[in-house]
Design a protein around this ligand. Sequence first.
Ligand SMILES: Cc1cc2nc3c(=O)[nH]c(=O)nc-3n(C[C@H](O)[C@H](O)[C@H](O)COP(=O)(O)O)c2cc1C
Length: 160
Amino acid sequence: MGAHPDPELFRDVFGHFATGVAVITSAGPSGAGGMTANAICSLSLDPLLALVCFENRARTLPIVRDAGRFGINVLSAAQERLAGVFASKLPESEKLEGVAHRIEQDVPIIEGSIAWAACELRELIPGGDHTIGIGKVVALGLGGGEPLLWYRGQYRALPG
Ligand SMILES: Cc1cc2nc3c(=O)[nH]c(=O)nc-3n(C[C@H](O)[C@H](O)[C@H](O)COP(=O)(O)O)c2cc1C
């Protein structure tokens, strides 16, 4: 068991790490789009850096690469439907259509997000079947509201 860990158990183990849910947005020469993500992390305070892990097949990855920018939109409990839209394989150009958003530092920021950051892409680092995107935070803000949570493969809300 220890020498050959099971990928299913790997998913289950890390599925026990409860997280929030974010949408990574981007817009540039390759169009606009985004994807739902929970593999995000604050990385450095000086300078301000954040990271996102992109599946190599995510269509958002080339958009981010070409734009050189991305946004991190932390979803509220009221935005579960949006999490579904951005986790889908809807044509990329349709994902942001009809979703209220504004542009901050050339990055689409979704209205109603409880917190957001606009980042300038600094590095793309290979990580197996994913690519780690490191961004320098160039703008930040808070929106208020309760977070959407992800735990063991299901959306949740804070109790009470
Ligand atoms: C809760 C949740 C978290 C996810 N986290 C990630 C993630 O961190 N990185 C990633 O590449 N995909 C993640 N996904 C899957 C992507 O959202 C999904 O593959 C999406 O279709 C990618 O969209 P795109 O191909 O338009 O970029 C997650 C999905 C869900 C529902």
